[in-house]
Ligand binder design. Structure first.
Ligand code: DX5
Ligand code: ZN
Length: 221
């Protein structure tokens, strides 16, 4: 099922994997996405999970499963992640020399195609691919770990994406990921972000359900 922006996307990276069912159930399939962070210990220093966990998430929700691949050679596993149940597959520009080809490959599986850029990658590098995207994922921390502080300098990229989208009459969504909580989501929303990934501010909160509600309220306002 898809949802209408603004969209909250709880990131299970910060959830208790012994209670994955509870973590996924927090997301409302009608309006939230479930964000899954795949890390390979090469593209980023951390190592998380692969298609097996994505397929478990798939069986736990009818909602939109958003898979963020922080891995080298992501094209080698695109079909597998789609078979596991990904609704959207996001790859990193820095890991895809044949960017356009990989985006085409993702769409050919029937999944939506996302492209992400690290904080250090200039906005201009991604501009040529905007017409080929369903979602542009702007990293607002260095990818690899949850719980890092939001980088306000990245708001410039969000604004540039929004401006470019209207200038070129494009339709991709702008997603922000890293250090998102009610306060930072408001800043990103004001610059035009549509999708708000949040891990620790939801799953490490004393009341994750209330934290997700607070995020929804912040982006709706
Ligand atoms: C970081 C991941 C994020 C992560 C965000 O590399 O891409 O999706 O879950 O975590 P928080 O919300 O804790 O910054
Ligand atoms: Zn992510």
């Amino acid at each position: 099922m898809s949802a209408t922006p603004p969209i909250a996307a709880p990131s299970i990276l910060s959830a208790d994997f012994a209670k994955l069912g509870e973590a996924v159930a927090l997301a409302d399939p009608a309006r939230d996405w479930v964000h899954c962070d795949v890390m390979d210990n090469h593209f980023v220093p951390n190592l998380t999970f692969g298609p097996i966990v994505v397929s478990a998430v798939r069986r736990l929700t009818t909602g939109f499963v958003d898979v963020h691949l922080m891995m080298e050679r992501p094209w080698a596993m695109v079909e597998e992640f789609r078979r596991a149940g990904a609704d959207q597959i996001t790859v990193h520009l820095e890991a895809c020399p044949e960017t356009r080809e990989v985006l085409r490959q993702i769409r050919a599986t029937g999944a939506k195609a996302g492209l992400s850029l690290r904080p250090g990658t200039a906005w201009r590098a991604i501009a040529p691919y905007l017409p080929d995207l369903d979602t542009l994922l702007v990293m607002t921390v260095e990818p690899g770990f949850g719980g890092q502080a939001f980088m306000p300098e990245m708001l410039e990229k969000v604004r540039a994406a929004r401006d470019e989208r209207s200038r070129r009459n494009l339709e991709f969504l702008v997603e922000v990921d890293g250090g998102i909580d009610p306060a930072t989501s408001k800043l990103a929303r004001a610059e035009g972000a549509d999708v708000f990934v949040a891990g620790s501010s939801i799953y490490h909160a004393p009341d994750p359900k209330a934290a997700l509600e607070a995020l929804r309220a912040a982006i709706a306002g």
